[in-house]
Ligand binder design. Structure first.
Ligand code: V0V
Ligand code: CO
Length: 144
């Protein structure tokens, strides 16, 4: 079961400037930040609200760390904006398998490491009405 909007991923050229926009305009503060070398991103998570499943919803601000990262490629083509949405689940492996059985391409054979020690996978945007869609299971028992 998918039980929350875990985050909305927003691609930007300058993470510090974008963090400052969200802070000064809306009052959202950085909850967590990290570099994910495998994904080629530097990211800031802004916690927006808790969710019914005991987790939370975030904005994920993403700046590419290298020219060949997926986010760099996307920014070069589209400019800044909403890059992906992510649904939270207690069991990303089971959800990915179920969704794959429905004919949607799941991009990874095994979930990879995401923000805050989560396990993540992605669904191909061309099979999801043009929306790059991520599935997330949080670290430590399913919630963060
Ligand atoms: C590409 N396309 C998109 C898209 N990226 N459509 C909607 N939203 C996006 N974000 C479209 C693109 O316009 C093309 O359509 C087509 O897909 C093929 O794109 P491409 O530019 O040729 O790029 P590819 O095929 O090399 O790569 C696309 C995929 C790639 C989706 C396969 O971006 C990928 O593997 N993404 C998953 C990983 C990721 O995005 N990581 C960064 C976030 P036309 O022009 O042919 O019609 S990391 C993260 O979220 C973390 C760490 C976390 O949450 O914890
Ligand atoms: Co994400």
């Amino acid at each position: 079961m998918l039980t929350r909007i875990d985050h909305i991923g927003i691609a930007c050229f300058d993470l510090d400037r974008t963090v400052e926009f969200y802070r000064s305009t809306y009052g959202f503060e950085v909850f967590h930040s990290e570099v994910n070398e495998e994904q080629g991103v530097r990211e800031a998570m802004l916690r927006i609200n808790g969710t019914d499943d005991g987790g939370a919803s975030y904005l994920q601000l993403l700046e590419p760390t290298r020219e060949d990262s997926t986010v760099a490629k996307w920014l070069a083509k589209n400019g800044e904006g909403v890059h992906h949405i992510a649904f939270g689940t207690a069991d990303v492996d089971a959800e990915a398998a179920d969704i794959r059985d429905k004919g949607v391409r799941v991009l990874y054979d095994e979930p990879r490491t995401g923000s805050m020690g989560s396990r993540i996978t992605f669904l191909h945007p061309k099979d999801c009405g043009g929306v790059l869609t991520e599935l997330v299971t949080s670290a430590a028992g399913g919630h963060r």
